[in-house]
Design a protein around this ligand. Structure first.
Ligand code: ZN
Ligand code: ZN
Length: 333
């Protein structure tokens, strides 16, 4: 099968012909149909996430059909369409796992980081961490739900019940969160890279009540803000935009350093928090909610072999919605 291999930070992925992996006990082998490209993949490739398995097949928003089942893997049938997310395995024994916070598991393993992912024709996953997918979505369209959607949803829950929500960085996660927030009768204020009029237009099309540059003040005081852009300077800017008791949620896995800021920005019970990974519960909730909204995902597809090009476009902000790698097995949509 074809696989894209990450071997060393700073180097492009190398396409290689490798043996199809075997599904071990409790695991399933998926014929990959589509796999989205995530900002986290860039953090891995750039060496900002420092513990990858090597060589590594990146990709953690995988949609495929079950091609083979390992011993005792009875949850799915051959041919079932399932999704593989970032969270690939947890210990089930640590205090985080036992308290329903498996996203924080000390020993967690992650797809496309410490486990091989979906930039390939086949991928293996622990069946317990796979999700059945709503029929509403085609293969490519379903992929962004598995990380952008899940992390976005977890970030929105963390942001609390406030009505006016700011979103910094209008990429794959934001375009999904905006639709969920609107469905919940909230107002979205979208902040894009200064001067990125295309992103502002995209945000307004998705129902944002206001869109502007991240250096601008919104026309109303916000109840919460979610930062998806990996830019630490946005934290004090977002704190300036939220009112008393406001919450600033950092939704990414990596961010540049946050500059120091005066205490008055945090005063009056404003808070800053991060969102780490996902739980299977988040997945079940969000994948049930998405087709009810219904969340429409905007995707730009690339053949598997053009992964480096897709990553470069994501890096330069040239992707509207999500970039998705597709294989020969991809069904339409
Ligand atoms: Zn991701
Ligand atoms: Zn654990």
């Amino acid at each position: 099968m074809r696989a894209l291999l990450f071997e060393k930070p700073g180097q492009p992925l190398r396409i290689a012909e490798v043996p199809i992996p075997k599904a071990g006990p409790g695991h399933v082998l998926l014929r990959v149909h589509a796999c989205a490209v995530c900002r986290t993949d860039l953090h891995v490739l750039d060496g900002e996430l420092t513990q990858p398995k090597l060589p590594l097949v990146p990709g953690h928003e995988i949609v495929g059909t079950v091609a083979e089942k390992g011993e005792g893997a009875e949850r799915f049938e051959i041919g079932d369409r399932v999704g593989i997310p970032w969270l690939g395995w947890t210990c089930g024994e640590c205090s985080y796992c036992l308290w329903g916070r498996e996203n924080l598991c000390d020993k967690a393993r992650f797809t496309g980081y410490t486990l091989d992912g979906g930039y390939a024709d086949y991928a293996v996953a622990d069946q317990r961490f796979c999700f059945p997918l709503p029929d509403f979505y085609g293969d490519a369209a379903a992929t962004p739900l598995l990380c952008a959607g899940l992390i976005g949803y977890r970030s929105l829950v963390k942001a609390g019940d406030g009505k006016r929500i700011g979103i910094y960085g209008f990429g794959a996660a934001a375009h999904i969160v905006a639709q969920v927030a609107r469905y919940q009768n909230r107002e979205i204020y979208a902040f894009a890279r200064p001067g990125d009029k295309e992103a502002e237009k995209f945000a307004l099309e998705l129902g944002a009540v206001w869109a502007g540059g991240s250096n601008e003040r919104p026309p109303a005081q916000l109840d919460a803000a979610i930062i998806f852009a990996p830019v630490g300077e946005l934290v004090p800017q977002a704190l300036r935009a939220v009112g008393k008791g406001g919450i600033v949620v950092c939704g990414g896995i990596h961010m540049s350093d946050i500059p120091s800021f005066p205490y008055e920005l945090l005063w009056e019970e404003r808070s800053v928090c991060s969102v780490a990974n996902l739980t299977r519960q988040d997945g079940a909730e969000f994948l049930a909610l998405a087709p009810r909204v219904p969340v429409h995902t905007e995707v730009q597809t690339f053949p598997l072999a053009e992964a480096n090009d897709a990553l470069a476009r994501l890096r330069s902000g040239k992707i509207q919605g999500a970039a998705v790698l597709v294989t020969d097995a991809t069904a339409s949509g």
